[in-house]
Design a protein around this ligand. Structure first.
Ligand SMILES: O=C(NCCCCCn1ccc2cnccc21)c1cc(-c2ccc(F)cc2)cc(O)c1O
Ligand SMILES: [Mg+2]
Length: 214
């Protein structure tokens, strides 16, 4: 049996990136996925928008929903202050295993906690299991039909505070219409769309940045 796409991405990182150098890990994945085979990383174009939001928010507590091969995990964590922490949730255990190796190659295992499981099951447990009060930044990049229910669950669990930023990938492609409708029409959010393209393609996509107002 052959290798999987995540395994080939990890191999490209181990071949082309420098241990302990997150930027080289990000570049190795982008080069592989742009020139060899497409994969659902947020990618370099949308990644620059993610970078600018992280730099503006300066979060100390970050939640990522959807790790995949840890491309955005590494990209975000590399911008965090020394005491900041990132919790990333991955449902697929094969993806999680690869992600752990990519995170280790980047040398970011002390900043990142990878949790395996479903958002609906884990969000209610985050406060107790990880001593989290509220998150400063949440990156939504998991099942597109879970963005809205999980946002409501995060509200219900008291994991948002006035000023918490939700940054959502793929709001155009594959699309998250019910989530967009909610954050753009709710009095509890100030929402802004960042037009971009689907990773490594010319297809339209974008990120939605929504500030929770409380
Ligand atoms: O599906 C996408 N991502 C989600 C993957 C599965 C997440 C599973 N998961 C992880 C944590 C977690 C916690 N709870 C429950 C489930 C959970 C995705 C797809 C495309 C895409 C694909 C084909 C195409 F033609 C165009 C676009 C592009 C993207 O950028 C994407 O992100
Ligand atoms: Mg995505």
């Amino acid at each position: 049996t052959g290798s999987t796409r995540p395994q080939r991405i990890l191999r490209a990182v181990q071949k082309n990136a420098t241990r302990g150098d997150p930027c080289s890990v990000v570049k190795a994945i982008d080069d592989y996925c742009r020139h060899k085979e497409w994969a659902m990383n947020v990618g370099d174009e949308k990644g620059c928008i993610v970078d600018s939001v992280v730099s503006e928010v300066k979060p100390t507590a970050v939640l990522e929903l959807g790790t995949y091969c840890a491309y955005s995990t590494v990209r975000i964590a590399s911008l965090l202050s020394p005491n900041a922490k990132l919790i990333t949730l991955e449902f697929n255990s094969d993806y999680a295993a690869i992600a752990r190796e990519v995170i280790a190659w980047a040398g970011l295992q002390d900043k990142i906690q990878l949790v395996e499981g479903a958002s609906g099951e884990w969000i209610p447990r985050l406060k107790e299991e990880f001593g989290i009060e509220t998150f400063d930044l949440i990156f939504l990049d998991h099942w597109k039909d879970r963005y809205l229910p999980d946002t409501k669950l995060l509200e219900k669990c008291g994991l948002l505070r006035p000023g918490t930023v939700l940054l959502a990938d793929n709001v155009i492609c594959p699309g998250t219409p019910d989530y967009l409708d909610y954050v753009r029409n709710s009095q509890q959010y100030k929402s802004k769309f960042f037009k971009s393209h689907l990773e490594y393609t010319q297809e339209e996509d974008g990120l939605e940045k929504s500030v929770f107002l409380g």
